[in-house]
Design a protein around this ligand. Structure first.
Ligand SMILES: C[S@@+](CC[C@H](N)C(=O)[O-])C[C@H]1O[C@@H](n2cnc3c(N)ncnc32)[C@H](O)[C@@H]1O
Length: 383
């Protein structure tokens, strides 16, 4: 994919990308700049303010600085600079989706036709309208994306996928790489190639693939493998298939619930997911781990990559993380970072000695300006 054309802001251009017009690109860049400033410079200033004024004032009244993100949240909610920062972040997020949605709507007919023409040209697409979208994806429009992951308003609709692909690139200010594939690449580069350099999986499953950003690095790294990718959201999968096919990369996309996929037991050598868990629930995480155990062949490997646990960051960084939970429609964003995933993997059937939690670098900084930036957590287990 490296030789393919890019947009002016660096995103890899492909046949189903909602390519911005000159005016749209200008406005999208403004939001990119605003969000970047807020995530780094302003968040940094707010931390400074907390450390030099707010925490010392609290300490002189209570004997020590707060250690809980909840207490810090209560203190910062009273701070005018934090209020302004928070309001601008929320409004920037909404504006970003509005801009991408307008640009996508303008091009929807072309994108739909292109996806139709690419059907079956590489890999496959299998949709199943009987698959229920779990309540945790329906309760809110996750990260304020106006379609959620799953809503469809037209035949063969791929709007949600198009929004996600372009929106995530702007949201991450390009730091997930030209193909938004940093998570998949990081797992391969910093974990699999280091610990299992000779791994040669015959069958790989990527759960909660959305538009296949993290799936494609596995196709490139393991050309001998049959790669399957699943999601509950049909618009994501339509887009994912067209995007992969436009690169000529064969992936078998199918609409399935990661909690109960319907694949036969022992079908895969490697089961992975990337930032899926935080979009679910505690019960769903347990089910996904149990399903991963069921799907693995003996000796097979499970890797779920998720944002790092709270234990890896200081309380102020935890407070910054919590912003998304309370302000960006990410209800499980904080809770997932408190789960004992090792114990849950054991409850799912894995032997205790074959389970580990890892923290690996991501190729580029994450967008949050927090102390966990540049790292991603893994729950790994061997069948
Ligand atoms: C943050 S996105 C995943 C991003 C993608 N894995 C990547 O690395 O770019 C979360 C995806 O998980 C999907 N999802 C959530 N719960 C699911 C479930 N139970 N089964 C399958 N997909 C699920 C959502 O529809 C959404 O597309």
């Amino acid at each position: 994919m490296s030789g393919l054309p890019r947009l002016a802001d660096g995103q890899l251009a492909h046949a189903v990308l909602a390519t911005p017009s000159v005016g749209e690109a200008y406005r999208q860049q403004e939001i990119w700049d605003l969000k970047t400033r807020l995530a780094y410079d302003v968040a940094g200033r707010i931390r400074e303010r907390y450390e030099t004024e707010i925490a010392p004032a609290y300490a002189s009244a209570h004997g020590s600085a707060p250690t809980s993100r909840h207490v810090i949240g209560e203190l910062m909610a009273e701070d005018p600079a934090t209020q302004m920062w928070s309001a601008l972040r929320r409004s920037g997020q909404e504006q970003m989706w509005d801009l991408v949605a307008q640009s996508t709507a303008r091009q929807l007919a072309r994108l739909t036709d292109t996806a139709g023409a690419l059907l079956g040209s590489a890999g496959s697409l299998s949709l199943d309208a009987t698959v229920q979208v779990p309540a945790y994806l329906q309760t809110v429009d996750i990260h304020c994306m106006p379609t959620g992951y799953y809503r469809e308003t037209a035949p063969d609709d791929l709007t949600a996928g198009a929004l996600y692909d372009r929106g995530v690139y702007i949201y991450a200010a390009g730091q997930l790489g030209a193909a938004n594939d940093d998570k998949g690449r990081s797992v391969i580069e910093h974990y699999l190639d280091v610990r299992y350099p000779d791994l040669a999986p015959a069958a790989i499953l990527d759960m909660g693939c959305s538009v296949g950003h993290s799936t494609l690095p596995y196709v490139e790294r393991y050309p001998g493998a049959e790669v399957h990718a699943i999601d509950v959201a049909a618009p994501m999968l339509r887009y994912a298939h067209a995007r992969a096919a436009s690169f000529g990369l064969p992936v078998h996309f199918s609409q399935r619930d990661a909690e109960a996929t319907g694949f036969a037991a022992g079908s895969f050598d490697l089961v992975v997911s990337h930032i899926l868990l935080h979009e679910t629930s505690t019960k769903a995480v347990q089910n996904i781990l149990a399903e991963s155990f069921r799907l693995l062949k003996p000796g097979g490997l499970m890797i779920h990559a998720e944002y790092p646990p709270f234990t890896t960051m200081d309380p102020f960084a935890q407070f910054l993380v919590e912003w998304d939970t309370t302000n960006n429609n990410e209800p499980f964003w904080s809770t997932v970072r408190t789960l004992d995933l090792e114990a849950m993997a054991v409850r799912a059937g894995f032997e205790p000695g074959k389970v580990s939690r890892e923290l690996i670098p991501t190729g580029r900084r994450l967008v949050t300006g927090q102390s966990s930036a540049g790292r991603i957590g893994l729950i790994v287990a061997r069948r």
